[in-house]
Design a protein around this ligand. Structure first.
Ligand code: G3H
Length: 479
């Protein structure tokens, strides 16, 4: 019988058990058994990790950018060498199928290397002093970028490797040190990623990984005077809480979404259906950028539904170990929440096209037609495998419904008329509008942002480096 691993936390270059002598059990969402336990660290240990991060930050930032890049490249190489074990950890802990888990790990390798290169190729600016009335040719402003200090990186369960590295790598390249707090469900993946980090030989204290109960260390970290910037991906509710608790420090928040797929009369419906299916149901819809509602012109709605129904029914449902598209949700509470939205819609007269079967936290992919604004599913983010179809009579109505959402992450527009696409794109309030494609964060060099309740600040490699550094002006007074 396997002995369960009790994973240690990573304090300033040392793997240690917490002084609390308490651990948190991590259960696999699909094996339905405990797969390990992680430390429940104390506030005192948070203080120590942050103090260590500050002690080393100056010398880390003093390394040449090239030297910092070499550490990160080694980290990426270590992750790549461990790709199968890391993908297995992702599959075990958060239930992503192995192929997608492997893609996530390899995407992370690329992201780290790209971040190094991007940072190496970012340059400052000079500003001439005579460009403003009353200015002088004898003044030259030199703008460089300097680190913020210690960055708190809080990652979500659904991309436990990639969305952690997307915060850690730019923070480090910008010269910051990092306190990394993974989602509890996702901690083992975070730990394994940081084992690779440790093998890359970074100076002690550059990063500490703290696992623990939100109730004990969540607000304590957020309000800690030693934290100089927070980068968070997770729910809108937690993001709002963070923005209330953090005081005068920059925050980048990547939160929820209710991304619409707007389907116009002349859309290529085969292409549209393919994008909607992948966009809505991959990893059971547990992605902030999943397609979470379809706003389809009534003239083509029947045809679209006729294409979507067999495609939904063809999705493989079940264990991630068998390569399923639709896998058990992260926990029973998540499944109850999605079921509640389905039940509400059906009670209010939505048409069940297919789905609505449940086995514990495994929900069959569910397609609901004739959804109306009175139903919760029209507005609430399910983070699960259910897709509501709302029929509209015009593009104007589609834009209106798209914008009445609290969220504004991404939107997709399907049409073969580029003018129509641009007009809808102009009207939709979202961080990104995809024309004839599903919502997606990547490629990771694109800016990634949400408006309204979907977030604050911009990610993507270049923008993350910017948000984790600040400008510093030095003025040369020549006379
Ligand atoms: O869940 C939120 C992620 O940022 C979505 O990333 O579009 O690559 O799936 P993705």
């Amino acid at each position: 019988m396997d002995v369960l691993t009790s994973y240690q936390a990573y304090f300033a270059g040392q793997w240690q058990e917490s002084e609390s002598q308490e651990t948190i059990e991590i259960r696999s969402p699909w094996r339905h058994e405990v797969i390990g336990s992680v430390q429940s660290v104390t506030q005192n240990e948070v203080d120590q990790a942050i103090a260590a991060a500050h002690r080393v930050q100056g010398s880390w930032a003093n390394l040449s950018m090239n030297e910092r890049g070499q550490y990160l490249d080694r980290w990426a190489d270590e992750i790549e060498a461990d790709v199968n074990a890391l993908a297995m950890a992702v599959m075990d802990e958060v239930g992503k199928n192995f192929e997608d888990a492997k893609k996530e790990v390899l995407r992370t390798v690329d992201l780290i290397h790209y971040t190094v290169q991007e940072a190496l190729h970012m340059h400052g600016q000079s500003v001439r002093g005579d460009g403003f009335p009353g200015g002088s040719k004898d003044k030259l402003g030199i703008i460089t970028r300097v680190p913020l200090g210690t960055v708190l990186a809080i990652s979500p369960f659904n991309y436990p490797i990639n969305l952690s590295a997307a915060k850690i790598a730019p923070a480090l390249m910008a010269g910051n040190t990092v306190i990394f707090k993974p989602a509890t469900q996702g901690s083992i993946c975070g730990i394994k990623m940081i084992q690779a980090f440790d093998r890359a030989g970074f100076p002690a204290g550059v990063l500490s990984l703290l696992t623990g109960h939100g109730a004990i260390i969540g607000d304590y970290l957020t309000e800690h005077p030693g934290i100089n910037m927070i980068s968070f991906t997770g729910s809108t509710q937690t993001g709002k809480h963070l923005s209330q608790k953090s005081i005068m420090i920059p925050l980048v928040l990547e939160l929820g979404g209710k991304d619409p797929a707007i389907v116009c009369q002349n859309a290529d419906l085969d292409r549209t259906a393919k994008n909607i299916i992948g966009g809505a149901f991959a990893y059971s819809g547990q992605r902030c950028t999943a397609v979470k509602r379809v706003l389809v012109n009534e003239a083509v709605a029947d045809e679209l539904v006729a294409k979507l129904k067999p495609a939904v029914e063809a999705l493989k449902v079940g264990s991630p170990a068998e390569g399923s598209d639709v896998v058990p949700l992260i926990d029973d509470k998540a499944a109850d929440f999605v079921q509640g939205l389905i039940d509400d819609a059906l009670a209010k007269g939505a048409t069940l096209v297919t789905g609505n079967q449940r086995d514990g936290n495994l929900l069959a992919p569910t397609l609901l037609d004739n959804v109306t604004p009175e139903m919760d599913i029209a507005w609430v983010e399910p983070f699960g495998p259910v897709l509501p179809i709302i029929r509209v009579t015009s593009n104007a109505q589609a834009i209106d419904l798209a914008n009445r959402s609290d969220f504004g992450l991404q939107a997709s527009v399907f049409t073969q008329d580029i003018d129509e696409a641009l007009e809808i794109s102009r009207g939709v309030e979202a961080g990104t509008v995809q024309v004839n494609g599903r919502p997606s964060r990547g490629p990771d060099n694109f800016p990634f942002l949400g408006v309204k309740a979907s977030g604050m600040g911009t990610q993507g490699v270049h923008n993350s480096i910017l948000s984790m550094s600040r400008e510093k002006l030095t003025v040369l007074n020549l006379k």
